[in-house]
Design a protein around this ligand. Sequence first.
Ligand code: ZN
Length: 253
Amino acid sequence: MRWARVGGMRYGLLGDIHGNLEGLQAVVAALDSERVDSFLCLGDVVGYGADPNACCALVRELDAVCLFGNHDQAALGMVDLTWFNVYARDAAEWTQHQLAPEHKEWLAALPPARIINGFVVVHSSLPNPWKWIYVSTPSLAAETMAACEHSLVFLGHTHVAEAYRKVGGAVVRRRPLTDGGHIDLNTGDRWVINPGSCGQPRDRNPLAAYAVYDEEAGTVEVRRVAYDIDTAVDKIRQSDLPDFLGLRLYYGR
Ligand code: ZN
């Protein structure tokens, strides 16, 4: 397939916001200055952080194409929480009580995967986005590639900024993007790209992560931006959420 298109869109990709309003605001400001035409949110708007309602409101205000994540599902009471670790369970129960009915209604209508103009966005993986499988190895990335006809897939869920590339019939290789990076899509290879997490990075870089996909240039820029971590952590401390969920933000783990 050819990437170059006249007058292509610039997409701002963000995901795994997890109720971290300060992280989200920093990423939105960065994407605004990148002149993106459209926002794509890869899911998990809520869960873990202290501002689930404000994050839903801001993503809705952006008119983002938004996916449904497993923590959004948990916050709607649709998941057996025994599968979650204790922190995630506490956070899911807390979020269930906090979340306004209008945001619950909005989240409940979101899909876990979508085909946009010639590429795929999915919170977790293909072929079954409802299994919430973490794409964290080349073989899992290869399964996602094999499950769709598109050359480009963006996903989230692991909170690790990285990309998987398949050149022709060769094996899939992983490329870490912890400090960001530039990807050229014009070589005809297949890509699975995870821009990383905007609200709870786990790749040991505490900065908020996002990406810009320029359709016309055929490029993806993965970037990090500083945000007010202290405020996000203080809000978690002052809520009934476990303190650990704040502390981990300083370490990006
Ligand atoms: Zn997540």
